[in-house]
Design a protein around this ligand. Structure first.
Ligand SMILES: [Zn+2]
Length: 327
């Protein structure tokens, strides 16, 4: 196996998608799907050996999942432009490689769309009418969210410590918003700035805020205030699936493992009560390097002695962090 094959294989088995879809994708990857072409190679006699969408007589796995004009419309509707607009590739592996390298955050969506395209093809084979391209990919998203909800529901308040050696920002799963929170403290002037940046699985900023607060007794209290404010804002914006990320290990432990420190125990309880209203809330701890963007907006707000609220953007001095995080 090449390095790329190993990467595709491991990404497939790690994906949070139904087992039957993993098996289907593996069969597609190994050219084992019962397409018209594969059945003809096995000397199976078909009444009408043509693509159900366009009548092409060479309906192989590549045509079925990626190259039929009708299927390209589905990829286009789902915003996988690298797949819909690319010149025809020679193997299924080439298409998988595009997603693993260029659209990695949408890997699970990609796998589910392949599955929905196959289901649609089989529906038409059995005499049903074709669905709109948009409905096909939206159906894939719905199946993915239902599956991920079901697997994560028992895990509503789960926590993860990102590999502390990596110190890099990781995007949240599809359908989640990840909120990086931070408190920045200037002991000399006793100024504290709280800030957070919320991003989706594509790394796009959904909203961000930073503000000055009255002098907090300790950095830990300020960190807890930043987290509480971020969760309250997410609640007001009617988000349902969130990941909260902090670079304060003491706070992470207080919130998630065992007894909180006395000085923040009531704040931790408030935070837990508020997060219990979300469908899913996942906690992550990351070292400063993975939370640089929240630190950066605070530094900027401290320097200018202003509060700011931005939806969809951050100040240009923080924009370098977005590129670093998503590259
Ligand atoms: Zn076709």
């Amino acid at each position: 196996m090449s390095v790329l094959d190993t990467q595709i294989c491991s990404s497939l088995w790690k994906a949070t998608i139904p087992a039957k879809v993993k098996l289907f994708i593996w069969r597609a990857w190994r050219n084992l799907l019962p397409t018209v072409y594969n059945l003809q190679c096995r000397h199976v006699i078909l009444n009408d050996g043509l693509c159900v969408h366009c009548g092409d007589p060479h309906e192989d796995v590549l045509h079925t999942l990626f190259q039929c004009d009708r299927v390209r419309q589905v990829w286009e509707a789902a915003n996988f432009t690298n797949i819909s607009s690319t010149q025809n590739k020679d193997s299924v592996n080439d298409y998988f490689a595009i997603v693993v390298s260029d659209h990695h955050n949408k890997w699970e969506v990609f796998l589910m769309i392949c599955w929905s395209i196959w289901l649609e093809r089989n529906r038409i084979t059995h005499g049903q009418s074709p669905q709109d391209s948009g409905l096909i990919w939206q159906g894939a998203i719905r199946l993915l969210q239902q599956f991920q909800d079901a697997t994560m529901r028992c895990n509503v308040q789960s926590g993860t410590i990102v590999d502390p050696l990596a110190s890099i920002w990781q995007p949240p799963p599809y359908g989640f918003v990840k909120i990086d929170c931070d408190a920045t403290w200037l002991p000399s002037s006793k100024q504290v700035c709280l800030g957070f940046v919320a991003r989706n699985s594509e790394g796009e900023i959904i909203f961000s805020e930073a503000k000055h607060v009255e002098y907090s007794d300790t950095v830990l209290i300020a960190e807890a205030e930043a987290v509480w404010w971020a969760i309250k804002t997410a609640h007001e914006k009617h988000l349902t699936r969130i990941e909260i990320e902090t670079d304060s290990f003491v706070l992470y432990q207080s919130l998630f493992n065992g007894k909180p420190l006395q000085q923040i125990s009531s704040m931790c309880q408030d935070i837990k009560d508020l997060t219990s209203t979300f469908e899913c809330c996942h906690w992550t701890f990351v070292k400063r390097g993975g939370n640089e963007i929240a630190h950066s907006i605070n530094r900027w707000a401290l320097g200018d002695i202003v509060n700011f609220v931005v939806n969809g953007l951050v100040h240009h001095e923080s924009s370098g962090c977005i590129l670093t995080d998503t590259s």
